[in-house]
Structures are given as structure tokens and as C-alpha cells.
Design a protein around this ligand. Structure first.
Ligand SMILES: Cc1cc2nc3c(=O)[nH]c(=O)nc-3n(C[C@H](O)[C@H](O)[C@H](O)COP(=O)(O)O)c2cc1C
Length: 218
């Protein structure tokens, strides 16, 4: 009887479901989902977390050296939310947009593929499988960084004015900069990418325009 109890206790300690749940919440889901190239359900942001705004501004800077390890699911979820997520019940965003047009779409480039960020569902949806990081920039650190965000404007046609999208992108980039400073992440905003090749790889037509990129990691 005593022996059975000990066996049960050992089993419970080794296969603790609460611990497994915590580990999944901390990022294992992200690794599994990106490996299988499925939709990545993002976590709700912790709006009480991070450093106070003035400290984040004091620490904001650009970095160009990144570890190869993936962002945790928490960091990935919050980066996308601050970059272009929805923060009000009326559907408006964490970033302002000229005339409320929201021409910018956000894409996440991982070693496993490129995902579209759906702000309404707060999830990453698979677009193209494969390592396209080298197309996301013109500098070598981009090729190995765990996450490159792309801000891409969708216009009515190639002749559509993308000026407002360029202006809007500054707010996305700065939100990400301040979030990274607040969480001790590294990032740099970038104007360069292999635009034509990138849009082709993403199957986006000529009514789309690459506007800005941002590399993020540890
Ligand atoms: C619109 C814009 C485009 C940028 N493009 C690049 C880029 O392509 N590559 C890069 O390494 N840094 C780029 N930067 C980052 C700047 O080089 C950086 O902000 C500047 O040197 C000041 O350094 P700090 O951000 O650490 O204060 C860009 C910054 C802005 C605002």
C-alpha cells in the first residue's frame, strides 16, 4: 500500500500537468506550431507589464547583433500587438493611422516561414513555408535573426499613394522600439529589403508595397 502511494507520487511529480501547461504557455506552443506551420494563436498582452514609459524611452536604441533563439510566445504576442494590434472595442489599433485607413499589414518572418498577422483574431496565419529571412533585409544579421517584422502597404493599385503608409509605419516601429526597451529585447528598424523578390515569394501583387522592416530578438 505504502509502495503504491510512493509510485503514484513519483508519477505525479514527473508528469505534472500544471507544469506542462506552464511550459506550453511560455513558448513550447510557438516552437511546435511554427515547426508544423500552423496558425499561431497569440496570447493576450499583459498591459500591466514592462517598465514605465520614461524608463523605456531612456533605454530605447538600435541593436544589430541577435541570438538565434526564438522569442517566447509572450514576447512574440506582445510585439505584434504593440506593432499593429487592436486595443479598443471599436477595432482601432495600438498605433494611429492617417484618416483611420490602416493600410499597413504586418508579417512575421521566421526561419520556418512567413506568417500574416491577423489583428482581429490576434493570430499569425501561415503564408509561405521556408526560410526567406535573407529577402527581408540587406544586412547579414537579418538572415539569422529569430524574427523580422515586415510592414507592407496594401493599396488600390501600383499608382496608389503609399505616402500615408510610410508615415503610419513610423508609429509601428516606435511602438516596437519602446516595447523592446521595456522588455529587454533587442531590435532595429530597417528601410531595406529585397523588395521585388520578397513580394514575389509572398505572392503579393503589384498593389502591395514594402514599407519598413524591424528585426527583433534577444
Ligand atoms: C526610417 C529608418 C530606417 C532605418 N533603416 C535602417 C537600416 O536599413 N539598417 C539599419 O541597420 N538601421 C536602420 N535604421 C536605424 C538607424 O540607423 C538608427 O536609428 C540610428 O543610427 C540611430 O541609432 P539609435 O536607434 O540606436 O538611436 C533606420 C532608422 C529609421 C528611422
Amino acid at each position: 500500500m505504502k509502495y503504491s502511494f510512493l509510485v503514484l507520487l513519483a508519477f505525479a511529480l514527473v508528469f505534472n500537468p500544471c507544469e506542462a501547461q506552464t511550459k506550453r504557455g511560455m513558448g513550447n506552443d510557438l516552437l511546435t506550431q511554427s515547426a508544423t506551420f500552423d496558425t499561431i494563436k497569440l496570447l493576450a498582452p499583459d498591459t500591466l507589464g514592462g517598465k514605465p514609459l520614461m524608463q523605456a524611452i531612456a533605454h530605447r536604441k538600435s541593436d544589430r547583433q541577435f541570438e538565434s533563439r526564438n522569442l517566447s510566445l509572450k514576447h512574440l504576442s506582445e510585439v505584434l500587438w504593440v506593432a499593429n494590434g487592436i486595443n479598443r472595442t471599436n477595432g482601432k489599433r495600438t498605433v494611429p493611422s492617417a484618416m483611420g485607413l490602416y493600410p499597413l499589414q504586418t508579417y512575421a518572418v521566421f526561419s520556418t516561414g512567413i506568417y500574416f498577422y491577423n489583428p482581429q483574431k490576434h493570430q499569425l496565419e501561415p503564408l509561405v513555408k521556408g526560410d526567406y529571412r535573407a529577402l527581408a533585409g540587406l544586412q547579414t544579421f537579418v538572415d539569422t535573426a529569430p524574427l523580422n517584422l515586415l510592414f507592407i502597404a496594401k493599396g488600390k493599385s501600383v499608382t496608389d499613394s503609399f505616402l500615408k503608409a510610410f508615415m503610419d509605419s513610423g508609429y509601428c516601429g516606435q511602438n516596437v522600439y519602446l516595447y523592446c526597451a521595456s522588455e529587454g529585447l533587442k531590435c532595429v528598424v530597417r528601410a531595406g529589403a529585397k523588395e521585388a523578390e520578397l513580394l514575389k515569394a509572398m505572392h503579393l501583387g503589384d498593389n502591395y508595397k514594402f514599407i519598413l522592416a524591424q528585426t527583433i530578438g534577444y
